[in-house]
Design a protein around this ligand. Structure first.
Ligand code: UD1
Length: 423
């Protein structure tokens, strides 16, 4: 297993280009299953999860042409299976996003799902309930979710019990080909939902209200081809900004979208960062100052994103003052606190609240990444710490960050990837 080795203590300085959004790319790739003509998706990030989703489409029978500059053309006209098998999707929860499109277009779908679909750590009960309201019959056996519908799905009024990004996406995609109108109340408002809706609209779907809590979808009988460019990754953007703040650096991030990042930029300003932004760039300058502690609570968009909570906890571990970080979106997501403590951080976790007393410095040591965003928090701590940090379990980070060590090297960090034997 590879590891990341970081010799910390150097402020990040310089400019990098932000990749396409993973969380927009995955549903948009799933949406290509709905189209009767080829769909070309551009600005895909080069990530393990995107490769897995492309492989999954190939396994289902989509004819794929991978072009230059991270472009994929998907032609879903020769689908042979409506099934997403265990071997391919065991490590990617987002595979469940093919359920709605396959069901809407072919009347049946079978997807392997990790954990309990109805009551596991991160269930998909709300996806299934929405599809059932549209006429699907769903049952689970041997780890698979199986869904069927006679004829077409029917439009319905669906009130989501809880804001769910994936649930909103699955139901919105299914509704594009349903008979009649679907209204989704308490829909997620994330920019990635808006990106997916715009792609579906380019394919011929009739969708209103994307970006608000009420989505209205008028079903059509078929969708066609289009060319669509995936939005920039706001989580990658926020990660590099937090890393620059923690190391007292100065960075310029290009090909990003500041308009999607208001809650995050506000917190960085509160931390003492000097920010400038244009339509597609953000510059951050700490003027060599230590960040100030910033308390935050994660919330669905437009609130502060759970996917940046671990990175801001790492920044707070080095900040001046005391902060609380409250996680309200995803249960048990403060796991990085334990590894940060091993680096000298002063963090007390009680339930879903972490209290962090900022330290002058952290010390590098061997730490273990436990999930994608937790590992980004450890990288930030390692970049700012004194001495050498060795991070194992970095397959997690490769799921969400394109060429992370190369980009950080461009920003002046002393970071490299090593195989376990050479570490
Ligand atoms: C997406 C993002 C993920 C992010 C999360 C929250 C992708 C590929 N992933 O995940 O990076 O952390 O949004 O912003 O876009 N829930 C239920 N029942 C359901 C569905 C969700 O109880 O049927 C709960 C979940 O357990 C969780 C909360 O709702 O506590 C939010 O989950 P959700 O928004 O669905 O997250 P994902 O779409 O899986």
């Amino acid at each position: 297993m590879d590891k990341l080795l970081i010799q910390g203590g150097k402020p990040l300085r310089g400019g990098v280009r932000i990749a396409g959004s993973k969380n927009a790319a995955l549903p948009i790739l799933a949406a290509t299953l709905l189209a009767e003509q080829p769909v070309t998706i551009a600005n895909l990030p080069h990530l393990q999860d995107v490769t897995t989703m492309v492989e999954l489409l190939g396994c289902i029978g989509v004819d794929l042409t991978v072009g230059e500059k991270l472009t994929v053309e998907a032609d879903a006209n020769a689908i042979v299976h409506c099934s997403a098998p265990y071997e391919l999707v065991k490590n990617m929860r987002a595979a469940v996003l093919v359920l709605g499109p396959l069901l809407a277009r072919f009347g049946r779908a079978r997807v392997w799902f990790a954990g309990g679909a109805l009551s596991g750590a991160r269930p998909v009960n709300l996806h299934l309930r929405g599809l059932e309201a549209m006429g699907a019959r769903i049952h689970q056996s041997g780890g698979y979710i199986e869904a069927r519908v006679e004829g077409r799905l029917r439009g319905a009024r669906i009130v989501m019990d809880q804001v769910t990004v994936g649930g909103t996406e699955n139901i919105m995609m299914a509704a594009t080909l349903a008979q009649g109108q679907t209204v989704i109340e308490n829909a997620a408002r994330e920019p990635e939902i808006v990106d997916l809706a715009q792609c579906l609209i380019a394919m011929g779907a009739r969708i209103r209200g994307h970006g608000s809590a009420t989505l209205v979808i008028d079903g059509v009988t078929s969708l066609g081809g289009c060319t669509y460019e995936v939005m920039p990754d706001r989580i990658e953007t926020g990660t590099y900004l937090a890393a620059a703040a923690a190391t007292r650096g100065k960075v310029l991030l290009r090909n990003t979208c500041p308009a999607n990042m208001a809650a995050v930029l506000r917190k960085l300003e509160e931390a003492g960062a000097c920010l400038e932004a244009g339509d597609d760039w953000i510059a951050l300058d700490m003027a060599a100052r230590r960040p100030r502690a910033v308390s935050l609570t994660t919330e669905p968009y437009p609130g502060f994103p759970t996917d940046l909570q671990a990175q801001f906890m790492a920044m707070n571990a080095l900040a001046q003052g005391t902060a609380t970080v409250t996680e309200t979106v995803i249960a048990d997501r403060l796991g990085q606190a334990h590894e940060l403590q091993r680096m000298g951080a002063d963090i007390v976790v009680s339930g879903n609240v972490a209290t962090i007393v900022g330290q002058d410095s952290l010390r590098g040591t061997a730490v273990m990444a436990s999930d994608l965003r937790a590992s980004a928090g450890l990288v930030i701590a390692g970049l700012a710490a004194h001495g050498k940090t060795r991070i194992s379990g970095i397959h997690h980070i490769d799921r969400g960050y394109e060429r992370i060590e190369e980009k950080l090297q461009i920003l002046g960090a002393d970071i490299r990837r090593v195989g376990s034997r050479s570490s």
